[in-house]
Design a binder for this molecule. Structure first.
Ligand code: F0G
Length: 359
């Protein structure tokens, strides 16, 4: 019988393709190796002949794809002797940075926009014990401050401008090719700072160069309509969207993402908040997959581009679902207002009636 190898995390699994050595101490929480789930009902519901897979990154240790980059960024920060990390965040990066800092025994400082991060992300960051600095401003302003302060204080930035974040995150593309046997035809992602789309493209390109994949996907980046600098073609100063994770108007990986678009013959497009929330609900109610609003932007974009015929039938599509639905309970509950549970008496007759009334 073959012996199953249990990897502790993505650095261990893909160490030959990552900037680590035999003496590097891996800071890991068992991230990566997330499920690639084939949608069973949605393609039929929309009447399209396509295979849609979702890469469910919400099952990483802190509930988002950020852990892929953070394990390597913190590993390298510690290797370089850093005692503290810092980031600006719409919530997920801060939760991830905070957790990996604890694991490494170093400190984490996180700048977050007051009132604009989802409840679950705040809860996590508080519990991990990070130094939280709330600002009266948005992510873009926080990011500018982080870059400035890092020139004056002994802290390592762990936003996706840290190249090790991109290196770690490219492993998601490796996992997809390893599982499907090749790259998909299209890879669709929500775009904020555009670090993740850059990372996936790097992963696919490396596997293609080494002939592990026979092709490279068309990369499709989707933004929320109120925060869509890549669609506008210039920065947005007051971004707004219900998908707070991607409420970003000044993306940090601007040039890199345009290169991805050009090299992959892909595109950027936008979806309204209503489309995003509808896609989030569809995934929950028809597939049993609960992701946060920002994550559903990838599927919202696919549904839109399939209906226009921009994404062709007879193809294989992968959507990254970047974060877990539990991150943002407020938006979920607000969305389900009309289906709020009723309360009845605690006796058999009342429960029997409640069930029979529903059948
Ligand atoms: N989806 C989720 C759930 C996110 O948290 C983010 C980014 C993105 C998509 C966009 O990824 O920036 O690489 O294009 N969140 C960052 C944060 C900004 O601070 O947690 P990107």
């Amino acid at each position: 019988m073959a012996i199953q190898t249990r990897y502790t995390g993505l650095i261990e699994r893909y160490q030959d393709r990552l900037p680590v050595t035999a003496s590097t101490k891996f800071i890991s929480l068992g991230e990566g190796n997330t499920p690639l789930i084939k949608l069973q009902h949605i393609p039929r519901l929309i009447g399209k002949e396509v295979e849609i897979y979702v890469k469910y990154e919400g099952l990483n240790p802190t509930g988002s794809f950020k852990d892929r980059g953070m394990t390597l960024a913190v590993t390298k920060a510690v290797e370089a002797g850093s005692q503290a990390i810092i980031c600006a965040s719409t919530g997920n990066t801060s939760a991830s940075a905070a957790a990996y800092a604890v694991r490494a025994g170093i400190r984490a400082f996180v700048l977050i926009p007051e009132g604009k991060i989802a409840l679950g992300k705040l809860a996590q960051t508080l519990m991990y014990g990070a130094e939280i600095i709330q600002i009266n401003g948005n992510f873009d302003q926080g990011m500018a401050l982080v870059k400035e302060v890092a020139n004056h204080a002994p802290v390592t930035i762990v936003n996706s401008i840290n190249p090790f974040r991109i290196e770690g995150q490219k492993t998601a593309a490796f996992e997809i090719v390893d599982e499907l046997g090749d790259a998909p035809d299209y890879h669709c992602l929500p775009v904020g700072n555009a670090g993740n789309i850059t990372a996936y493209w790097k992963g696919y390109s490396e596997y293609y160069a080494d002939k592990i994949a026979n092709k490279q996907p068309i990369m499709c980046g989707y933004q929320a309509a109120g925060s869509a600098p890549f669609v506008k073609g210039s920065m947005v100063d007051n971004p707004e969207t219900v998908a707070t994770a991607i409420r970003i108007g000044h993306p940090q990986s601007w040039d890199l993402a345009w290169n991805v678009q050009e090299q992959s013959k892909g595109w950027f497009d936008k979806c309204s908040d209503a489309q995003i929330l509808a896609a989030q609900k569809m995934l929950s109610q028809y597939e049993g997959i609960f992701c946060e609003p920002a994550s559903a932007t990838s599927l919202a974009g696919v549904l839109q581009d399939l209906s226009h015929g921009k994404i062709k039938e007879g193809t294989k599509i992968v959507c990254t679902l970047t974060g877990n639905g539990l991150k943002d309970p407020d938006t979920a509950i607000t969305q389900c207002k009309s289906t709020h549970p009723v309360t009845i008496e605690a006796n058999l007759d009342a429960v029997k009636k409640a069930i029979l009334d529903q059948m």
